[in-house]
Design a protein around this ligand. Structure first.
Ligand code: NAP
Length: 532
């Protein structure tokens, strides 16, 4: 494909978002081309191969809903699916719906520019391929631009350095190795227990402790799975009414923890701790809204840490003092107990930050911690990183980088004014990372496909967000976030983890409300979208 061809649509990314988008557009008879920087499908599950990587949404709730046969015929083996199984599922979907033929792998899209005259996009890859298309859909993921802090001396390190979000395909053998890991977010919390089992020693460099509840992962009970399969549509419908589009199988309470007696508080929190996972935050109705309510549940978790971790100083260092659930809650298997191992040590880099990476290892103050292998579990330039990493130019040459200099601005998290026929899947301003991602991408793919149908049926060439509608939507996203405790900490939801990134709360709070808004907009003839 060295000569430029002209097609209906380009989809960038072949994770779960890109795959469903390609499927829906090709089903409609559109000529569509997918580009994927990896060598296969799977997106986040292709790149994140670190030990212990698994989904924190339960398996029976983390799959596509568009094909009943697919849902019935695929079997999950554990309550929370491990990465290899989810990657195998992605591969199965690609084969089953013949998607691989639509995708060029090992192709990183480097630029996309809109031509006002032809009303088409010119999309170019880093290796020099180019294609002209009417619609451009970025399915590039919310957590796909790995973030490695610019530590001085990084390039001088003599050992092996690995980012959890770009794990070597061949795997990593930690046997007999002295290992360091920087970060204590979800990726670290999942991988630390397994790395510790293999390595000679593991040193964890922690800046901010995170709250983690036990996942209580286990083999999936076949009777439980069969029961869900018999009523899948019902579970899916009930999940769509949940704030994060999952969890309908376990009760969500709406009463205030402040109205409960101390004994009732502890009993309910214990029940939810034993159940495991994210639903811990649904034990009472006000944990995400009220600081006093939140503090009670936070202290419950801290007391659990103090019970699990033998050394009181280490336990205290692991106790978060931030708002519970403000940063994304982690779900673990044996994380805190790992600190009871003789070969694991915790280094606080909050007060005395990492100064440099030396050829030997990690320098904190005057001390150098020598390591053979250094794991960066330092997260992602979330939500905007993969979009702004590509040179995107809209109408009159306006670039997305220029337009979003003070933070992302979108209408519905789907489009941005000035960028006709340019769609983002789970973009900033949509529930995205605050909801079940697979439900979110499927919803977006269907909405985008229907909008493209509508544009075509009406004989228009281009559609874009109106500036007024976008401004009102940005207000709405902020208003909904401000009604919660989310803005009260330095999370990646706010861009606070990347130095210099504008502090803007990016995801939309509340999946059901979001779906209702989008349905209303479609019924009102796609209100807020301008066509030409
Ligand atoms: P993360 O939550 O952003 O954690 C990054 C860690 O690196 C934090 O502990 C951070 O400390 C630390 N860090 C960053 N820069 C540092 C520096 N200069 N010095 C010292 N420490 C530094 O990243 P993540 O763990 O990869 O998780 C990101 C998201 O991916 C999760 O929140 C979740 O949404 C998703 N994820 C999901 C799963 C799952 O489904 N189970 C698993 C993994 C990831 P600070 O907190 O002080 O910034």
């Amino acid at each position: 494909m060295s000569s430029k061809k002209k097609i209906d649509a380009v989809v960038v990314g072949a994770g779960f978002g890109g795959m469903i988008m390609l499927h829906l557009l090709s089903q409609r008879g559109l000529q569509v081309q997918g580009f994927e920087r990896g060598s296969d499908v799977g997106g986040t599950w292709y790149w994140n191969r670190y030990p212990g990587c698994r989904c924190d949404v339960e398996s029976m709730e983390y799959s596509y809903q568009f094909s009943k046969d697919l849902q019935q015929q695929w079997d999950w083996s554990e309550r929370y699916s491990p990465q290899p199984e989810i990657l195998a599922y992605a591969g199965h979907v690609a084969d089953r719906f013949k998607l691989r033929a639509l995708i060029e792998f090992d192709q990183s899209v480097s630029s996309a520019h809109y031509n006002d005259n032809t009303q088409t996009w010119l999309v170019e890859t880093a290796s020099g391929k180019s294609v002209e298309c009417r619609y451009l859909i970025m399915a590039t993921g919310c957590l796909s631009a790995a973030n490695t802090p610019a530590f001085p001396g990084l390039e001088t390190f003599a050992g092996e350095q690995i980012h959890t979000g770009a794990w070597p395909q061949a795997g990593v053998d930690f046997s007999g190795k002295t290992v360091g890991i920087i970060g204590t977010g979800s990726s670290a919390i999942q991988s630390i227990p397994l790395i510790a089992e293999q390595a000679a020693s593991l040193t964890v460099f922690q800046r901010t402790p995170n709250y983690s509840v036990p996942a209580q992962n286990a083999p999936l009970d076949p009777a439980f799975a069969a029961n869900i399969k018999a009523n899948y549509a019902d579970l899916n419908a009930r999940n769509r009414e949940q704030p994060a589009a999952f969890g309908a199988n376990f009760p969500r309470h709406f009463d205030s923890i402040l109205a409960a007696s101390p004994a009732e508080q502890q009993a309910r929190l214990e029940e939810y701790w034993q159940h495991g996972g994210f639903m811990f935050l649904a034990a009472f109705g006000d944990l995400g809204q009220n600081l006093e309510a939140n503090a009670i549940a936070a202290e419950f978790v801290r007391n659990k840490i103090r019970q699990i971790v033998d050394d009181p100083d280490t336990a205290e260092l692991l106790c978060p003092q931030t708002v519970l659930g403000c940063k994304r809650l982690c779900a673990d298997t044996g994380y805190y107990a790992t600190y009871n191992r003789d070969n694991v040590s915790l280094v606080d880099v909050a007060n005395e930050p990492i100064q440099a990476i030396t050829p030997q290892g990690v320098q904190v103050g005057k001390q150098v911690y020598a390591v053979d292998t250094l794991v960066f579990a330092t997260g992602f330039d979330a939500m905007t990183g993969s979009l702004l990493g590509c040179d995107i130019g809209g109408r009159h040459g306006l670039t997305l980088q220029e337009k979003w200099a003070a933070g992302p601005r979108t209408y519905l998290g789907l489009m941005s004014a000035g960028f006709p026929n340019f769609f983002m899947m789970t973009g900033p301003g949509s529930p995205s990372v605050l909801a079940n991602m697979i439900t979110g991408v499927e919803h977006h793919a269907q909405y985008i496909a229907q909008l493209i149908d509508w544009v075509g049926a009406a004989g228009y060439q281009a559609v874009e967000a109106s500036q007024t509608a976008e401004d009102a939507w940005v207000e709405r996203v902020n208003m909904r976030a401000d009604a919660t405790l989310y803005p009260k900490c330095n999370s990646w939801y706010l861009g606070a983890n990347v130095p210099g990134k504008p502090r803007v709360f990016m995801p939309y709070v509340g999946f059901p409300d979001y779906v209702e808004q989008l349905e209303g907009i479609a019924e009102r003839n796609y209100e807020g979208f301008a066509v030409s």
